[in-house]
Each structure stands twice: as C-alpha cells, then as structure tokens.
Design a binder for this molecule. Sequence first.
Ligand SMILES: [Ca+2]
Ligand SMILES: [Ca+2]
Length: 183
Amino acid sequence: MIKNNTAMSISAKMRLFLLFVGISLISFPRVIAQSAGDPDNGQTVVYNSTTEDYDISWWGYSGRTYFIQHSLDLLTWTHLSEISTGGDSIITISMESPAANNFWRISSIDKVSSNPGAADFDGDGLSNSAEISYGTDPLKADTDGDGVPDGVEYQLGTNPKSSISNTSDPTNSLALKVHTPTG
Ligand SMILES: [Ca+2]
Ligand SMILES: [Ca+2]
C-alpha cells in the first residue's frame, strides 16, 4: 500500500494503493474478510475460473470515488473505464486478461458525483471519462508536469502526456530539437 501524505495539502485528499500480481493469486482464498478495518482496506484479486476474469475487490468508503489502473510490467499503466463511488461497502470489478502477470492499482479522491464520468475532479477542463479515454490522469491536472493543464493542452493540440510537446510540434514524437540560429 502506498500512501503519499505530502499530497494531502490540496483540498481533496487523493490516495493511491497498489494491488497484486494476478498470477500469484490465482489460488488466493476467496473467503478473506473485507472491511474498512482490514489492512489495505481488504484488497483482493481473485481469479474466477468460471468467468475466466480477475475479480478485483476493495472496501469503498463513502464519500470517495475510485479509479483503477492495470499494468503488465509496472511501467505502463492504463486506466480501466470503471469509475466507482464508495458506499461503505465492498466494490468489485472484473477484468479479463490473458497475460500471465497482471498488476492493478487503485487511486481515490475525496469527491463524489452523481455522474462521475462527466465530472472533472482535477479541474483541468477534461471530464474524468475523457481523461481515461485520452490516457491522461483524471486526478492530476497536469499529467506531464509541464505547467500546462491537460485541458489546455487538448485545446492547443499539444500532447498532454509529453512535457516537451508544444504548439509547433503538437504530437511530439520525442524527436530531437535542433536550434538553428538566425541573423
Ligand atoms: Ca479532469
Ligand atoms: Ca501538461
């Protein structure tokens, strides 16, 4: 479990915690109790041999909204489309993956909405669902950390996932920039 208390200075607290390696938990017992008081909020990953899906569960606190990411290598993370609102009960989502090793991590924010997909929790001008679709972080207004919010980059046509993109090279394929002096 990863907690970053330094990020708590912002008005809405965000949390991030890492789930498990799927393949090692194929036989993980389903009977593990899940409650608010359990370590890591009772997170479990269980392989469902009937549906051939991974069932990912955790305790969802009321007043929080949860996003989940999947990775095969701990380097590249992709948000799943599910956005879950806590209700002081167990949240379970299912995901199919043919890969031998799977990792999931959950991030949460102390904000809720009746329509969490349409909401813009990080206030960058892009809805949560749009950010999941574009691959930007719905809980980080400036995904690439270049000082320009994701929504502004989207409007400008620059790449919100590349800190060296700019309006003259909006797609930015990480090409080497060559400066040619003039005059
Ligand atoms: Ca946003
Ligand atoms: Ca940016």
